[in-house]
Design a protein around this ligand. Sequence first.
Ligand SMILES: *Cc1c(COP(=O)(O)O)cnc(C)c1O
Length: 478
Amino acid sequence: MATQTTPDFNKVLYAPLAEIDPEVKNIIDKETWRQFTGLELIASENLTSLAAMEANGSILTNKYSEGLPAARYYGGNEYIDELEVLCRKRALAAFNLDPAKWGVNVQPYSGSTANFAALTALLQPQDRLMGLGLPDGGHLTHGYYTAKKKMTASSIYFQSLPYATVPGTGLIDYVGLDAQAKVFKPRLIICGASAYPRDWDYGALKKISEREGAWLMADIAHTSGLVAAQELNDPFEFCDVVTTTTHKTLRGPRAGLIFFRKDLENAKDLEKRVNDAVFPACQGGPHNNTIAAVATALLQVAQPEFKLYAKQVVANARTLASELAKHDYKLQTDGTDNHLVLWDLRPLKLTGSKVEKVCDLLGITINKNSVSGDASAQTPGGIRLGTSALTSRDMLEEDIKVVADFLHRSVQIALTLQKEAGTKLLKDFVAAATKQQEGKVGYQQVQDLKKDVQAFATKWPLPGVDVKNLQKPEGLHE
Ligand SMILES: *Cc1c(COP(=O)(O)O)cnc(C)c1O
């Protein structure tokens, strides 16, 4: 609290958000309402815990601590050192790693910065790297470029070549990758993806990288929670470096981690290279409030209950896939091994953009996604669905069946709207969805399904929010 002698210029430091900034408070309240009343199916999202949010919103945000524990550029870091050492220990424990063989840097601000730091540690500028192509489910940071433009730092500062999935099966083309690597001679092969519903053959990748003398790095940003829970193959068995975000299936705050091998005969300095690449090469002071929240999330990941959560995420994704398949919809790879499903809408003559738009109006959050063989990256032919967040709201297989039915209805409504729009243009489609018109039914179907979605979604709790006492905020766009 402010004291009697607190000068006017400091009074602002003690006022709660609702009092000092009702505008931002209202935006937070609207977003809270959206999360409560809607169904979150974006595969990269999850709901972190109350405890992680408490740590993330803590006073640790005040502290500068450039450097590493016991080697800082600033004073006053005894507790910050204790925190970072604890966070590292928990990160290794969460992934069942031997501290003699693996180390971890817990300072990356996010997944993209973790990846760029890893590339900085492993490569010289303009060295060659290979990653799964973006249209096949890879990530921007794995070397993405277009015919006209080098799009990301990973293609601007390095020479990159994408590998692909096999048309038809949608599975990683290991044979093609092997042949490409023989010619391209990469210094680094990156595996891991943002939109790939199956597991990886790390052993096969290791064979190729070893033959070429290349590093092997797994970016498990999407699947790290499932890897930690041993629901998926173990990349640590074969890779030199493993990076991840902490906010996807791992269910922590927004941040990144870089794991590195400590026992490589030909790269004894890998630990130093990674640490120097994070700071000072790519970042400044660590976000200690975030590191505290990561530590808390990793404590949770190491509990037996997290394994049950991870199992349920996969069971829910499989249920979602099999329910959609009952309607003869086409899914990439015909199903899933992990937390996500890629739904190919092209046989229905619908685009991902239109279905994403309808779902937005309905309170179902999904994203358009390219499916392999798409003619243009500008009009993705599919959508990506994930079960991590719904599982964090307590949903089990029977509940996912209800969600699958909502999605089925959404796509059928999209077909109706496309017919009623009269053209293939997105703007006419949106007009048909948002304006009542004589003799047309799509608009009313949107209204009806929206009510059903909201009634269902509001039955479930939301971590960190007292939903019983939640008030509908002012100014919602409805
Ligand atoms: C999400 C993701 C990232 C990037 O993470 P940000 O925290 O958004 O920077 C990197 N790699 C993969 C495979 C991802 O899915």
